[in-house]
Design a protein around this ligand. Structure first.
Ligand code: NAP
Length: 248
């Protein structure tokens, strides 16, 4: 497959590092103008931006969990980048705790950052895409949203919510040729998984049939496919990028 995103503007949230940075790189490698967004990692965002191939890329700093910030930032992105053809909702956090110890603030923060952000960013992007009668939104969920995981009820709820949200909006906007899909990564190398202990990593890897952790590039490749014309007849789906950890 030969991906060509020249003259397309691709917005990747949470692209200062980790999977988001890998997705931004994947699209830049295939000709897109990429808007990377981040919240706090200024230096990482600058270095990701500097590493992107091609020209016309920009970074935008805002908190995806704050709807007012999202609305104004997405407006600025559209104006300054000169379009908005693809949105990748990737920004996400964990705040793990068993239910009896989980503070309401930890629940709220994860739901606001991982799920409400997807609603807010998608709403802004779809407004533009409806006028253009084209567009692709890819939401990064997680295998945890499919299987659940003790100690991650807030994270699992946010990621399962993304899947239901994606299917719903996919139905609302399909008639305008706007497609929404999810990618559900399994166990991917990043700061998020670096915080796991070695025994935790070993236990997870034993359950991965392909026998290794995934890389940001694996998720990026799935994004390129779903955002491309090769996936023109695919909407409302979840593509698992998990080495076989969960087969649905
Ligand atoms: P990561 O390395 O921790 O990076 C998270 C990214 O999200 C950073 O760029 C961060 O930006 C951004 N972010 C966090 N809170 C934000 C906020 N309030 N507003 C704006 N940006 C915010 O995580 P990752 O492992 O790459 O994960 C990326 C996505 O994949 C997440 O949605 C995660 O749930 C999902 N996922 C990851 C794995 C995995 O194994 N790694 C598996 C399944 C799903 P700043 O640093 O600038 O704040």
């Amino acid at each position: 497959m030969n991906f060509d995103f020249s003259n397309k503007v691709v917005v990747v949230t949470g692209a200062s590092r980790g999977i988001g940075a890998g997705i931004a790189k994947g699209f830049a490698d295939h000709g897109a103008k990429v808007a990377i967004t981040f919240n706090s990692s200024n230096d990482a965002a600058q270095s990701t931006l500097n590493s992107l191939k091609g020209s016309g890329h920009k970074s935008f700093k805002f908190d995806v969990s704050k709807p007012d910030q999202v609305e104004s930032a997405m407006g600025r992105i559209h104006e300054e980048m000169g379009g908005l053809e693809v949105l990748i909702n990737n920004a996400g956090i964990t705040k793990d705790q068993l239910i009896l110890r989980m503070k309401p603030e930890d629940w709220d923060q994860v739901l606001e950052t991982n799920l409400r952000s997807v609603f807010a960013c998608t709403k802004s992007a779809v407004k533009v895409m409806l006028k253009a009668r084209q567009g692709s939104v890819i939401n990064i969920t997680s295998v945890i949203g499919q299987t659940g995981n003790g100690g991650q009820s807030n994270y699992a709820a946010s990621k399962a919510g993304i899947i239901g949200f994606t299917k719903s909006i996919a139905q609302e906007v399909a008639s305008r040729q706007i497609r929404l899909n999810c990618i559900a990564p399994g166990f991917i190398q990043s700061d998020m998984t670096d915080s796991l202990t070695e025994p935790q990593k070993k236990a997870i890897l034993e359950k991965v049939p392909l026998g290794s952790m995934g890389e940001a590039q694996d998720v990026a490749n799935a994004c390129l496919f779903l955002a491309s014309p090769f996936a023109r007849y695919i909407t409302g789906q979840t593509l698992n990028v998990n080495g076989g950890l969960y087969m649905s």
